[in-house]
Structures are given as C-alpha cells and as structure tokens.
Design a protein around this ligand. Structure first.
Ligand code: CUA
Length: 163
C-alpha cells in the first residue's frame, strides 16, 4: 500500500493546476472586456433616444417612414417594425451609398438583422436603434426580424436593393 501514497508536493501541484486557471481565466476575460470596450471601442448598441411607444406613428421621424437623402451618397432609412412587417419593407439606394438605419418598434420586441451588411439591432418599443452601413456592391441585401415576435415572426422581413 505504501506505493499508493503520493508525496505532498505532488498533491500541492495538482491543486495549483486547478487554482491558477480559475484565477487566470476570469482575469483574462476581464482584461478582454476592458480592452474591447475602451481600447477597441466596441459597445453594445445603445439607446439613441426614446419616444412614446404608443405614439410611434405620430412621432418624427417615424410619422413618415422611408428613405431620406441626408447628403451626397448618404441616406437615412427610417423604419418602423411591428407585427409582422417592416415599414417600409424595401429600400433602394445607389451603389456606394452609406445608409444609416434609424429604427424602432411600435408594439413588441423585434430585431433587425442585415447579415450581408453586418447590422444586428434589437428593436425595443419606444427605443430608437441606429446603425450605419456602406453598400458598395449592387444586389439585394435581405433584412429580417431575428427576435421571436409571435406566430408570423418568420414572415417579417424586407430588403435593401442596391442599384
Ligand atoms: Cu418581429 Cu420576429
């Protein structure tokens, strides 16, 4: 039986092998958070403003949803999400345009995902979400709701057409 007993230093090393990663991993995660937030400037999409969710249809700019040219090659797409459509569901811009999406929801939580433009917004009622993308290549850029919003969630989509 004496062959089974291990020297105390071996046990200590095993403990150390667990203790050190359990400290190093959270510290590494914390460092990664600090670097991405303050060094690289990556943030969660923040609230760009709030409006009364019961008065979306009367509140500018959502009283007139659609595409507005705000400069040479620059557009603002004002979109209202609601069960189960985007208004408008189609946006047409010339190739090379920079489009800022200003979006809100008039009823419940929706999402706006434009996979090919790397846009991913959560749309909360009464909260304005904003994201900008450049569309250089002509073609269709489908967008869809990626937050489950009820029976016809899967039919809630639209597209950006770059001409
Ligand atoms: Cu709107 Cu899912």
């Amino acid at each position: 039986m004496s062959g089974d007993t291990k020297p105390a230093t071996t046990v200590y090393l095993y403990e150390l092998a667990w203790i050190l990663p359990s400290i190093a991993i959270p510290v590494g995660m914390l460092v990664a958070l600090v670097v991405t937030a303050f060094g690289v400037g990556i943030h969660l999409p923040g609230a760009e403003g709030r409006i009364d969710p019961t008065k979306v249809a009367q509140t500018p700019p959502f009283d007139q949803p659609g595409l507005v040219q705000v400069g040479p090659g620059r557009y603002e797409a004002r979109i209202v999400a609601g069960i189960w459509t985007f208004t408008p569901a189609e946006i047409r811009v010339p190739a090379g345009s920079t489009v800022t999406f200003v979006v809100t929801s008039r009823d419940l939580v929706h999402g706006l995902m434009i996979h090919k433009a790397n846009i991913n917004l959560m749309l909360l009622p009464g909260q304005i979400a904003r994201a900008t993308a450049r569309f250089d290549r002509p073609g269709e850029y489908p967008f869809l709701c990626h937050e489950y919003c009820g029976a016809a969630h899967h039919t809630m989509w639209g597209k950006v057409v770059v001409e």
